[in-house]
Design a protein around this ligand. Structure first.
Ligand code: GTR
Length: 395
């Protein structure tokens, strides 16, 4: 059956709004026992923890609670980009008893930086962005020159250096290290959560640097990295801002719409990304006790930015936007404005203006969104719009 699903072409999935199944949206402000959530205290003390727990159980898996020690070593350091930046390669090492696991990351800071640098951490699902490459070739996926020119520190690591991006990669990555030879538990974390965990370890490092303002660190990712950036921010409230670019199914997009990539398809193609429980909802997404708008609810009241692209229908742009819109009640409860405040949202946005004009960011309160023209990718314009959003947030 899996082979049949995987041989199905992307063009054979649903891209017709009229064929989106009927669904009902779970209310983030209703407790599992049916009680309404009426105060910020109740949100943080009761509802948010049970919702976080549901996402761990049903979607991304449970991170280990094993104690570990963490150390960092600078492997190399160079002045690059015509003297405007310092690029470092650093190794993060986790240790449990006498076992260790290491992964590399890069960090770029402007030369002569003060003590107040905001930073971004890119979860790079494509490759390891070495200091030499960054110095010799501009890459819009990780446009370090732009980031430095705008006064940001920029860090990045490669997902597969942390947890190999393959169905059978468990034993070879950080999850295997934590399992210490034990088999993969059913409820255990999957790769997206492992990559998000690594972003938190890079943040641990940034917290140690006097030149970084660790209260202004964004976690950024594209596609599978964008699914990860949202989950990373849900798991780790120290991330001040999250940016998800074209993250689609299992990221920003509502699972219930089954538009473009579906739960069935993604859990068959990438079984290592999600808890096996997620696959059980294939074809019956409306029975999921949660949906992805509640991932934004977990990030609230912190700022979040979402980007879609008009040709990237596989990622369901409308479903990504709708999900952000539907998180508004939680932002409101927590005293913040968001895009949903300005949209008369029925559950399929038929009464509201969607899409907004191409390449034109909509920013309301804590949330920003744009739909870019073009296909699946992380571009110079995506970064520019996100950094404009990040830059206008109050310090
Ligand atoms: C696709 C997958 C998407 C997205 C994308 C990417 O194959 O179906 O969910 O993650 O890969 O990461 O570029």
């Amino acid at each position: 059956a899996i082979v049949a699903k995987l041989s199905q072409k992307r063009s054979e999935f649903n891209y017709d709004e009229s064929k989106v199944p009927k669904y009902s949206i779970p209310d983030p402000l209703v407790m599992q026992n049916g009680d309404p959530v009426t105060s910020a205290d109740q949100w943080f003390d009761q509802r948010r923890p049970e919702l976080l727990d549901s996402f761990r159980k049903l979607v991304y898996g449970q991170r280990p609670d094993t104690q570990y020690s963490l150390s960092f070593a600078t492997v190399s350091e160079a002045t690059i980009l015509d003297g405007t930046a310092i690029g470092k390669t650093i190794t993060a090492t986790l240790q449990i008893d006498d076992h260790t696991f290491s992964f590399p990351f890069v960090l770029f800071t402007p030369t002569n930086a003060g003590n107040d640098l905001p930073a971004v951490i890119l979860i790079n699902n494509r490759s390891f962005p070495s200091v030499d490459e960054v110095n010799s070739k501009y890459d819009s996926f990780f446009p370090v020159k732009d980031l430095i020119d705008r006064g940001y520190a920029a860090a990045a690591f490669f997902t597969s250096d942390v947890d190999p991006d393959r169905a059978d990669g468990f034993a070879d990555g950080i999850r295997g290290f934590f399992a210490q030879g034990k088999p993969l538990a059913d409820d255990a974390w999957r790769s997206l959560s492992a990559w998000g965990f690594a972003a938190s370890r890079v943040l641990d490092y940034l917290e140690r640097l006097p030149e970084i303002d660790s209260s202004r660190v964004a976690v950024v990712g594209h596609s599978r990295g964008g699914k990860t950036s949202l989950w990373a921010a849900a798991e780790d409230p120290r991330f001040a801002v999250a940016y998800s670019n074209h993250s689609g199914c299992g990221g920003a997009a509502l699972s219930r719409r089954a538009f473009g990539e579906t739960v069935d398809r993604i859990t068959s193609a990438f079984p290592h990304w999600f808890s096996p429980n997620f696959a059980k909802y294939a074809g019956r997404e409306n029975e999921l006790p949660i949906d992805q708008h509640e991932l934004f609810s977990l990030i609230a009241p912190r700022p979040v930015y979402v980007a879609s692209a008009d040709e990237d229908l596989w990622a369901d742009p409308r479903g990504e936007y709708l999900s952000l819109v539907l998180s508004a009640p939680v932002y409101q409860l927590l005293g913040k404005r968001s895009i949903g405040d300005e949209v008369i949202a029925d559950s399929d946005l038929t009464n509201s203006a969607y899409p907004p004009p191409l390449d034109h960011p909509v920013i309301v309160g804590q949330t920003g969104y744009h739909i870019g023209s073009g296909g699946h990718g992380l571009t110079h314009v995506d970064w520019k719009n996100f950094l404009d959003f990040f830059g206008r947030l109050p310090k």
